[in-house]
Write a protein that binds this ligand. Structure first.
Ligand code: Y12
Ligand code: CO
Length: 173
């Protein structure tokens, strides 16, 4: 089932998500619904809070070099923790909760995370390039943070003005 996505400036996006304690069939159905929602909206990543569930769950599906996304490449990441970070890079990010806006943001170049899979089993992921950026972007959602909060004062002001204008235009259509 495709779920509705919460968009900025909805205050629910600021909620700090809680760790998952139960790894049951309901969680599996929710993960499947998140995948359907992400694929239906051309997303590369989605955090549970974006579909109004404040739990530490995120999914990622990074395209291959040909730009294709396959379900085999899907990562389901629960209760993640960064255990190592190194370097920095700038990357133009977008978010399904901030539609239509892409801004350059600074992130760690490489991260290693530990997390649980849908069965509650411990896993580890070493990520660089796009995967590293995406995992940090989604982990920020679990802390109630959006990528636009990382913009400089002047870029944030510009974003707020343009976003409001775009929302007004959308309402008129
Ligand atoms: C780099 C940085 C962040 C990520 C995390 C996930 N972000 C996304 O998946 C963003 C997708 C996105 C898709 C949109 O298209 C539709 O909604 C159909 C979009 O909408 C518009 O631009 C109108 C905005 C963002 C991964 C990698
Ligand atoms: Co996002």
């Amino acid at each position: 089932m495709k779920l509705p996505i919460i968009t900025y400036p909805d205050k629910r996006l600021k909620i700090v998500s809680n760790p998952v304690k139960v790894f049951d069939a309901e969680l599996h159905t929710f993960l499947d619904d998140m995948y359907e929602t992400m694929m239906a909206t051309n997303g590369l990543g989605l955090a549970a809070i974006q579909v109004d569930r404040p739990i530490q769950v995120l999914i990622l599906n990074i395209p291959n070099e040909e730009g294709e996304q396959y379900q085999e490449g899907l990562l389901e990441i629960i209760n993640p923790q960064i255990t190592f970070s190194d370097g920095s890079l700038f990357f133009q990010e977008g978010c399904l909760s901030v539609p239509g806006f892409y801004e350059e943001v600074e992130r760690y170049e490489k991260v290693i995370i530990s997390y649980l899979n849908r069965h509650g089993e411990g896993c580890s992921l070493e990520a660089d390039e796009l995967l590293s950026v995406a995992v940090q972007h989604e982990m920020d959602h679990l802390a109630g943070k959006l990528f636009i909060e990382k913009l400089s004062y002047s870029r944030r002001k510009k974003f707020e003005k343009e976003y409001k204008k775009a929302q007004k235009e959308k309402k008129r259509q």
